[in-house]
Ligand binder design. Structure first.
Ligand SMILES: [Zn+2]
Length: 130
């Protein structure tokens, strides 16, 4: 999370909800961020439970509160992929990588998707079977 005033990266130190550099009160932002993370965690639970539609609703709420979070976009991609929407999944992972170029989930998912779309699905299956 970045301070909207001076763009310093905020890290929760000593529970102080203010920017270390410029002193701006960041507590409203932190509240929104916490709320977004709550929705994101709900979404993960729903994915595990197999309820992808509900997971998507929760993750969309997280994104509405905090759009510039690579984790939320990466999860959106996974939820799309689980529903067979690979173009939308790919777009979500690319958005995650725009925000965080080395995001591990988005990187590996996009790579797998690219390999699949290049017809390597059979090679992958064979190597998976050993
Ligand atoms: Zn600041």
């Amino acid at each position: 999370m970045k301070c909207p005033v001076c763009r310093a990266t905020y890290r929760p130190v000593n529970e102080t909800p203010s920017c270390r550099r410029c002193g701006a009160d960041l507590s409203p932002l932190i509240q929104i961020h916490d709320q977004a993370v709550w929705h994101y965690r709900q979404a993960i639970q729903l994915v595990k439970a197999g309820d992808y539609a509900a997971a998507q609703t929760q993750n969309n709420r997280a994104l509405a509160l905090h759009y510039n979070n690579a984790d939320f976009h990466a999860l959106a991609g996974q939820v799309w992929a689980l529903q067979g929407e690979f173009q939308l999944a790919s777009a979500a992972w690319k958005q995650a990588l725009k925000l965080e170029p080395l995001h591990p989930v988005a990187c590996s998912c996009l790579r797998i998707l690219t390999e699949l779309s290049q017809g390597d699905i059979f090679r992958l299956t064979e190597s998976d079977l050993g």
